[in-house]
Design a protein around this ligand. Structure first.
Ligand code: NAG
Ligand code: NAG
Length: 495
């Protein structure tokens, strides 16, 4: 399939034919000889060409005569038409993607949330970013942080990124994992390195039925249990028990492939809930955002119980931007977001891994409140790595954000949001919602990337501060005796 640009160039030349003597001869030069050849075969070719009138040949092969005969105004018209068609296609594509295609906002480590420092003027953009991230990481006191990988379900990949027969290498929770989708459509996650010679199964490995074949010597590992079931140069009976890789417990739900992690090796204690409206496809996907954050993993859900930061960080209207030093800009003071929030642990002992945040958002414009723009949100923190945020807007109805949080390394987290909306919800509004959420997250990132974890915060007597204390007590259930701790002596000093 040629590109649009290719088609447009072809169109231009076709339109230009009309400006040359070629158009009137096309019949004689192309159509008639073809007809002749089809009738009498290629032997008639020389005859056909010798029969063409010499004047016509002259015009075509004589540059002067050719140029004289060109009608330049027709070429000009061809150009105008081509450009008009080209820009119409562009505009239609842009409008279609603007209004109907899902949004995809990605901000990696260093893209947002850092403040440029003095003295970095002679580095280029990329070096500056890396130097800045490294400097902030190095200088910041890590503090007495809780264990770095809590127990729970963590997203490895988004379902859409793993087609049947795909294998991908994923690095998270200090592990390298080969995730693949077998031919029957089920996803599997294996320890990435082949026990034979150490090749990474997901880099060049090929999916064969329900196995992943090592790219190095063709050993095949079964997705279900990681056992090696076939070696091309060795009889099956010689394959030993040791010929296996660890197979991780995963579950595919609501568009994410999630892995169970428990430091004590326990089987899953709970499962991420199914969102009915996604399962029965009555809600539609509106897009995603992805952010890489440099902070301890607990800082991110802790925000849910931190109602005092809502007014401070998220109060200024979104158009005031993401640089917290500028959001309180007086030009935007005529309008603001008003948030009322309350966090609670789920009282059901079966669901003690669930925290519930009720939020009510109001838009205040010139001191007035417009109820149609309200948004009621209920966020369920389901363990340490998943949040289901259900919202209800008086104008457009219901939808949900799904937030997954995955520790890539001890103090580096990946946060992915997906938005789903009901069918009456215009896609453009869903995209705007996701964009607005991303901007709000980016304001938080400026705090997270630069803060230190304080194990004993200076809480003052207030409802707001005591809620954070409650959240910390709730969250401590995700740490257990052998939860991996940060070995401060080996914290990477280079980035
Ligand atoms: C050759 O030209 C003559 C006269 O122009 C025409 O009658 C004849 O059909 C042509 N033959 C072929 C094979 O095109
Ligand atoms: C999908 O599930 C939701 C929630 O249970 C329900 O309200 C809705 O009617 C279902 N839609 C379809 C098409 O089954």
């Amino acid at each position: 399939m040629p590109s649009t640009t290719g088609l447009i160039v072809i169109l231009f030349f076709v339109l230009c034919l009309g400006a040359t003597p070629l158009d009137s001869y096309i019949l004689e030069l192309v159509v008639e000889p073809m007809y002749e050849i089809s009738k009498n075969g290629f032997s008639s070719l020389s005859h056909v060409f010798s029969n063409l009138s010499s004047t016509k040949w002259l015009v075509i092969f004589n540059p002067t005569a050719f140029l004289v005969s060109i009608r330049w105004e027709k070429i000009f018209n061809a150009g105008i038409w081509t450009l008009a068609i080209y820009f119409s296609i562009k505009a239609i594509r842009f409008l279609k993607s603007f209004f109907f295609d899902p949004i995809n906002r990605v901000r990696l480590l260093g893209d947002v949330g850092y403040v440029e420092e003095l003295g970095s003027g002679n580095l280029d953009g990329c070096q500056k970013k890396a130097a800045l991230v490294a400097a902030v990481m190095k200088r910041r006191k890590t503090g007495d942080v809780p264990p770095v990988y809590p127990n729970g379900w963590f997203s490895l990949l988004e379902s859409r990124d793993l087609k049947c027969g795909d294998a991908r290498s994923v690095s998270c929770l200090g592990k390298n994992i080969a995730v693949f989708r077998a031919e029957d459509g089920r996803a599997h996650a294996l320890h990435a390195y082949c026990p034979h010679m150490g090749a990474n199964l997901a880099v060049g490995g090929v999916v064969k039925k329900n196995c992943l074949e090592c790219p190095f010597h063709g050993w095949q590992f079964r997705g279900d249990d990681g056992k090696c079931v076939h070696v091309p140069y060795c009889e099956d009976k010689h394959i030993t028990e040791q010929a296996k890789v660890e197979s991780y417990c995963i579950l595919e739900r609501n568009g994410f492939i999630m892995m169970w992690h428990h430091a004590e090796g326990c089987d899953p204690l709970w499962e991420p809930p199914i969102i009915e409206e996604l399962e029965n496809k009555s809600w539609r996907y509106g897009g995603r955002s992805e952010h890489i954050i440099n902070a301890h993993i607990e800082e991110i859900p802790e925000n849910g119980a931190d109602v005092a930061h809502l007014g401070q960080v998220h109060g200024p209207i979104m158009t005031a931007g993401i640089d917290l030093a500028r959001t309180q800009n007086k030009w935007w003071s005529f309008t603001r977001h008003d948030w009322a929030g309350c966090w609670n642990q789920n009282p059901d002992p079966e669901l003690k891994h669930v925290g519930i945040l009720d939020l009510h958002h109001k838009l205040i414009l010139f001191g007035k409140h417009f109820p149609v723009l309200d948004l009621k949100v209920q966020a369920q923190q389901i363990g340490p790595g998943l949040v289901h945020l259900m919202f209800d807007s008086p104008m457009f109805g219901k939808g949900a954000y799904i937030q997954t949080l995955t520790p890539i390394e001890p103090l580096v987290q990946r946060v992915v949001h997906h938005i789903y909306v009901n069918n009456f919800f215009p896609t453009i509004v869903a995209k705007f919602f996701l964009f607005a959420e991303a901007l709000m997250v980016e304001r938080d990132i400026m705090i997270w990337n630069n803060k230190q974890y304080i194990s004993k915060p200076l809480f003052l007597k207030s409802k707001e501060d005591s809620l954070i204390g409650r959240h910390r007590r709730w969250y401590s259930q995700f740490y257990s005796e052998h939860s991996p701790r940060l070995d401060t002596s080996s914290v990477k000093m280079d980035w």
